[in-house]
Design a protein around this ligand. Structure first.
Ligand code: 4AD
Ligand code: MG
Length: 430
């Protein structure tokens, strides 16, 4: 019976054949252990000299790392393995040999691994991270579909700059100037006026000269946008959504979390509601914690965010930032013009901001003023302004950075391991 590793539990006591690669091997005079992987999972194959043809045993002993094979064997339950099964090998057919595979079981430096990202992806740890990423994407679609959202795909080539003009990737669009999208938000606002509740999921680009464990040049964002939703409604969607993806990963990726050594007790606590702190209170808190240099009007850096997050065991919303720190489209607080109805969601354990969101300005005159203040060309935003001309309504939305969220849930230190082929400040290869 031809099957895959993830399915072997259905064939206990039976002989199966699996197309696999040899991830690793250990052998002695009498027995060989093959660590096998097939993309769906990892299983140990045991080759006992006394139980197989001598030719098969010799093949197992001499087989090299990443050789591809069809392996046959009897499926056995195995309590010692986290996967629960092993294969008593009865036959090996080599498909293609692999000679001098560069990534050996010894330790390699990060740059070396990044240069071999196309192969590094095969490792057990990277496999686990990619499976968790996939589960977050799956749960995202499930959550928003259940909640009555419509998936809308904004363009990647754009003429506008929602998050400020300093971090844009410029390109020519025939005779015009164009930019790679840094956020689909403005288009999602148009979509929300057509479809009510919408979400997008796509790549976004930031020409940011940041080289931190939280920054990618190309990253994937989930951007929901909701007509008639005000500030508080927006936060409710965010906490329900983040709780949903964490609980989905706990339920469906137990093996992967185990492979990564993730402390799941920390994830089990992630349930709505999430705590909130205003920017003002955050400043006071930071002063008390000894960050005496920060003053009202300054943006938070990673150490500030981490200090705030450490007081909670759930993600925390920091709300009502100074208007001067945030993009042009955010709705000012009616009682306090100097702050906006926004929130950043800060993940626990030092993973930083995973969501940025706000209520949007729906008043035409105010929006025009804000474009002027930000020195943005209102011609490029003509269509965006028209959303306020024809039946404008209060609306809100947010963007969740997928890679930071994967890093946090997986417990992986750096976002470079959370996307298949990271684009970093000094890296476009492979
Ligand atoms: O806070 P940001 O810039 O917000 C927006 O783009 C809004 N237009 C979203 C919206 O309201 N529809 O980005 C949102 C999130 C951040 O919280 C962070 O998780 C992630 O995107 N992010 C990055 N992730 C990796 N590398 C970068 N350079 C990132 N920049 C932002
Ligand atoms: Mg932000």
């Amino acid at each position: 019976m031809k099957t895959t590793i993830v399915e072997v539990g259905k064939f206990v006591g039976q002989e199966v054949t699996i197309g696999a690669w040899v991830a690793n091997k250990r052998s002695s005079g009498k027995i060989a252990f093959l660590q096998l992987r097939d993309g769906t999972g990892f299983i140990q194959g045991v080759v006992v000299k006394a139980e197989v043809d001598e030719a098969i045993f010799q093949k197992a002993k001499s087989i090299t790392q990443e050789t591809s094979i069809y392996v046959s064997g009897i499926v056995r339950e195995d309590e010692r393995s986290p996967f629960g099964f092993e294969l008593g090998v009865t036959g090996i057919k080599v498909i293609a040999e692999s000679v001098d595979y560069p990534i050996t079981p010894k330790e390699h430096g990060t740059e070396f691994l990044m240069d071999h990202r196309h192969l590094w992806l095969r490792s057990k740890r990277q496999h686990a991270v990619m499976k968790i990423r996939n589960e977050i994407i799956r749960a995202t679609y499930e959550f928003f579909n259940k909640e009555g959202f419509v998936k809308v795909d904004p363009p990647i080539l754009t003429g506008s700059a929602p998050e400020g003009t300093s971090e844009l990737f410029h390109t020519k669009y025939f005779d015009e100037d164009a930019y790679l999208s840094q956020s689909g938000q403005l288009y999602m606002e148009a979509a929300a006026m057509a479809l009510g509740k919408v979400f997008s999921f796509g790549p976004t680009f930031r020409a940011e000269k940041s080289k931190t464990r939280r920054h990618l040049i190309e990253f994937w964002m989930i951007e929901p946008e909701m007509a008639f939703y005000e500030f508080e409604d927006n936060l409710s969607v965010q906490e329900a959504y983040v709780s949903y993806i964490v609980q989905s990963v706990l339920k469906n990726c137990a093996l992967e979390l185990n492979t990564l050594g993730r402390d799941i007790s920390k994830l089990e606590q992630i349930k709505a509601p999430f705590p909130r702190i205003t920017y003002d209170d955050a400043i006071t808190f930071l002063h008390e914690k000894g960050f005496t240099e920060i003053k009202w009007g300054d943006d938070f850096g990673a150490p500030h965010e981490t200090a705030i997050a450490e007081s909670y065991d759930k993600p925390v919303f920091i709300t009502h930032y100074p208007t001067s720190l945030k993009p042009f489209y955010m709705q000012p607080d009616a009682d306090r013009e100097e702050v906006v109805l926004c929130a950043d969601l800060i993940a626990p354990e030092g993973y930083g901001e995973i969501i940025g969101g706000s209520e949007r300005i729906h008043d035409m005159e105010l929006l025009k003023q804000r474009l002027d203040q930000h020195e943005l060309d209102s011609d490029a935003y003509k269509w965006y302004l028209e959303l306020r001309e024809y039946g404008s309504v209060p609306h809100s939305g947010f963007g969740l950075g997928l890679e930071r969220t994967v890093a946090w849930i997986s417990g992986v230190e750096h976002v470079r391991e959370t996307i298949p082929f990271p684009r970093l400040l000094n890296r476009l290869y492979p």
